[in-house]
Design a protein around this ligand. Structure first.
Ligand SMILES: N[C@@H](CCC(=O)N[C@@H](CS)C(=O)NCC(=O)O)C(=O)O
Length: 206
């Protein structure tokens, strides 16, 4: 059985919980981080010196960085399913996963912190407006991509849909004005209906 360290309100933990469910692995999830604290305990720092969640333990294997964990779960337990063996096909998923962590998440996080978590120092209207504008521009890219295929890497559900899907879940449930995007909406609804997505994507977002 896997052990997943991290509170479920974390978008990066959500990716891991969803991926574990998709590849049919049972797991114990231990609340840590945020109000739960514990990330600076020496026992946890030994698992992740960055003092961040998520961390995955699979027997002797201990991994931090959410994308790396999703790739590990996909490769180890989801080969031929959410893991693509052909590097040329796999890069279709890889680029969207990296885009999620380097482009989409940073664009929407200030607005999420200000509007949903109401974190002191992050509620300034200008910061929130700039974040919404940046995230909307990224969502336009996603909308255009999804106009010509069912899933991010083509016609089959895969690991990129998990990580970027967590971003869409957060964005579409944030109290912001959004442009209407039928392709993004269709894709998100398909993802959210998956049994493995439900326990990973609690509502309301927090
Ligand atoms: N690049 C890392 C980022 C991890 C990260 O930022 N984790 C946040 C939660 S989403 C965290 O540990 N925050 C401190 C806390 O929750 O106490 C990953 O993708 O795993």
């Amino acid at each position: 059985m896997l052990t997943i360290w991290g509170r479920i309100s974390s978008i990066n933990v959500q990716k891991v919980v969803w991926a574990a469910g998709e590849v049919g692995q049972t797991f114990e999830r231990i609340d840590l981080g945020g109000a739960f604290g514990g990330t600076r305990e020496p026992t946890f720092l030994a698992k992740n010196p960055n003092a961040q969640i998520p961390v995955l333990e699979d027997g002797e294997v201990c991994i931090w960085e959410s994308n790396s964990i999703v790739r590990y779960l996909a490769a180890r337990y989801g080969a031929g399913w959410i893991w693509e063996e052909d590097p040329a096909l796999r890069t279709e998923a890889d680029r969207w996963m990296d885009w999620m962590i380097s482009e989409l998440q940073p664009s929407m996080t200030p607005a999420f912190w200000g509007l949903v978590r109401k974190m002191p120092g992050h509620t300034g209207p200008e910061v929130i407006a700039a974040s919404i504008a940046k995230a909307e521009a990224k969502m336009d890219i996603l909308e255009a991509h999804l106009a010509t295929r069912s899933f991010l890497a083509g016609e089959r559900f895969g690991m990129a849909d998990i990580t970027v899907g967590c971003g869409a879940h957060r964005w579409l449930n944030m109290p912001v004005e959004r442009r209407v995007r039928p392709h993004l909406q269709r894709w998100y609804e398909t993802l959210f209906a998956r049994p493995a997505a439900k326990p990973a994507l609690p509502l309301p977002i927090s």
